[in-house]
Design a protein around this ligand. Structure first.
Ligand code: SF4
Length: 203
């Protein structure tokens, strides 16, 4: 488990040109492997969810993994029984051999929790995957001018902003049309990357 609750390493804000260049270089090197994503940096449009524009695309397209922490929060926040919000069989939630073993229930080819007004009917209890979408943090190591995907997330977190080692890149899912808001400030971008990391590695 990674400790993502603490502050990231010291970072000059607003982001300086060297770090912009580093993020662009790292993304250029690894982006062919992540075609579903686009790099997000300070100054890019911020996110405003617009389900009426996309007909709640994410709630229709993705099956959502649910962990034990998610399951407990959903029960607490909604007073629903697990079989009401998890894919189940014969009155028992189905489990998969994964770190997050359950699946959010689907019906009529969409998330069963999607309300008629295209809002989430269990918003306060929604799983971490829904809280994280449409963001992801990817890691890249840059050495000798060549960027590669980095599997060493722990090292990347420690060195993410040093300019000398792995970089933690904040990316957005390109199919989400919600990036139409005010330009992201450097401080907001940094907070966003931190909260995305925390959700990404949540148990
Ligand atoms: S998160 Fe993006 S894809 Fe999902 S409903 Fe909102 S605007 Fe649409």
């Amino acid at each position: 488990m990674l400790a993502t609750g603490g502050p990231l390493p010291a970072y000059p804000f607003p982001m300086d040109e060297a770090r912009f260049a580093l993020h662009h270089q790292a993304w250029k090197g690894i982006s062919p492997r992540y075609e579903a994503y686009a790099l997000l940096l300070p100054g890019d449009p911020s996110f405003i969810c617009q389900p009426h524009v996309c007909d709640a695309h994410c709630c229709r397209k993705f099956s959502v993994s649910v962990g034990e922490t998610d399951r407990a929060r959903m029960e607490r926040e909604t007073a629903l029984a697990p079989v009401q919000f998890l894919e189940s069989e014969a009155g028992t939630p189905i489990t998969l051999p994964l770190a997050k073993p359950y699946l959010l229930r689907r019906a009529e080819n969409r998330c069963a929790m999607l309300a008629a007004d295209l809002g989430c009917s269990v918003y306060s209890g929604r799983p971490d995957a829904c809280r994280q979408y449409p963001y992801q943090v990817l890691f890249a190591s840059v050495e000798g001018g060549i960027a590669r995907p980095s599997r060493d997330e722990a090292l990347a977190l420690l060195a993410s902003d040093s300019g000398a080692g792995p970089v933690a890149l904040l990316v957005r899912h390109i199919e989400c049309p919600g990036f139409t808001g005010e330009p992201l400030s450097s401080a907001d971008w940094r907070t966003l990357r931190q909260s995305t990391l925390a959700l990404q590695f949540a148990p």
